[in-house]
Design a protein around this ligand. Structure first.
Ligand code: TK8
Length: 335
């Protein structure tokens, strides 16, 4: 092939690709995307990225509007709005999905992942995808997992250096039996409550403490009402980006592809941003007067032993095979 001819072939190919992009069929659509955290949080920043990316991909046709601070409702309320078709999209904790697909409790078993890399591999791999697929028949479409992160304890009473220090602490947990069993096992008075009610509950003393990643402790200003932070990293907590199945089914193939591609891009942005924010959060929290306790490995091991009860209970509730599958996937990662 001579040089000019090659150039010509290339030019035609490029023009063809551009025409294909233009020909993609995007209808004007407004997408309400709800989330629980503040706008200035890892969730809020990723929601904004998602909206901008989708607008670019669709020539401004698909317009996503973020609603932070649980202004469209708590995680559970939003899930129901998606199922009913009253809201298009959201991001929230996988832990609050257990009322819809109980298998999601598997991610809440303590000390499953050792690091973010393991979590990414399992969540993005066949295990995570199989779990996500179970949402479809319940009226939800799971698009990607975002990182909430490793959870740590805070409270207003005293430093927690060992399990026994949790005795008598009224500790808010997510609305999920694995969390309730886990923290009862540690001796705390576990109080299930929606995240949207948590700050006020701590401010008024309805609860003494809670557990969340350091990024959330920072962005939700929990340091204003909590003095003590213990780095336990007891659970790696994923978030999941969900779409209403009713709405999803009303999109054409081009639109679905654009939303899914944007969701992937937002996931990569979110994980990077969260990890950067997480690395800086502890110093920030110290500067706000929080007293930080590094819990010893020995104490973590004792906690891990204690949580076996919660693990057995979840296994006996019909999830034994699921736990095995997860463990074998994790083992594969460690090889
Ligand atoms: C935000 C929640 C939050 C979760 C919790 O809506 O409830 O503690 O960690 O991120 O999903």
């Amino acid at each position: 092939m001579n040089h000019i001819f090659k150039k010509l072939v290339l030019a035609i190919a490029v023009a063809g690709a551009a025409t294909a992009a233009l020909a993609a069929d995007f209808q004007p659509r407004i997408i309400r995307f709800g989330y629980g955290l503040a706008e200035d949080s890892n969730q809020g920043r990723a929601a904004k990225f998602f909206a901008d990316d989708l607008a670019k991909r669709t020539g401004n046709k698909m317009r996503m509007k973020g609603f932070g601070n649980a202004s469209l409702g708590s995680d559970i309320q939003m899930q129901n709005a998606l199922i009913g078709g009253a809201q298009e999209m959201m991001v929230g904790s996988t832990a609050t999905l257990v009322g819809i697909v109980s298998d999601f409790g598997v991610y809440d078993l303590p000390f499953v992942f050792r690091n973010e890399k393991e979590a990414d591999a399992i969540l993005d791999g066949p295990f995570g995808q199989a779990l996500t697929a179970k949402l479809q028949e319940k009226g939800l479409v799971g698009l990607v997992y975002w990182e909430n992160g490793f959870r740590n304890l805070t409270n207003s009473k005293h430093p927690i250096t060992k399990m026994e220090d949790l005795k008598g602490i009224k500790l808010r947990v997510m609305q999920n039996p694995v969390y309730i069993d886990m923290f009862k096992g540690f001796g705390a008075n576990a109080v299930p409550l929606a995240f949207s009610e948590l700050f006020t509950a701590m401010e008024t003393g309805t609860v003494d403490g809670q557990e969340n990643p350091v990024t959330t402790i920072q962005s939700s200003k929990f340091y204003e009402v909590q003095k003590y932070l213990s780095l336990t990293k007891h659970v790696y907590s994923p978030w999941i980006v969900l779409a209403s199945k009713k709405w999803w089914d009303s999109l054409n193939a081009d639109e679905r592809k654009a939303v899914q591609d944007s969701a992937f891009a937002a996931r990569d942005f979110e994980r990077k941003d969260t990890r950067e924010a997480s690395a800086k959060a502890i110093d920030f929290l110290k500067s706000k007067g929080m007293q930080v306790t590094v819990v010893s490995d020995k104490e973590i091991e004792r906690m891990q032993e204690t949580t076996r009860q919660a693990m057995y209970k979840f296994a006996n509730d019909g999830h034994a095979k699921l736990i095995k599958d997860l463990q074998s996937e994790v083992e594969k990662q460690r090889k």
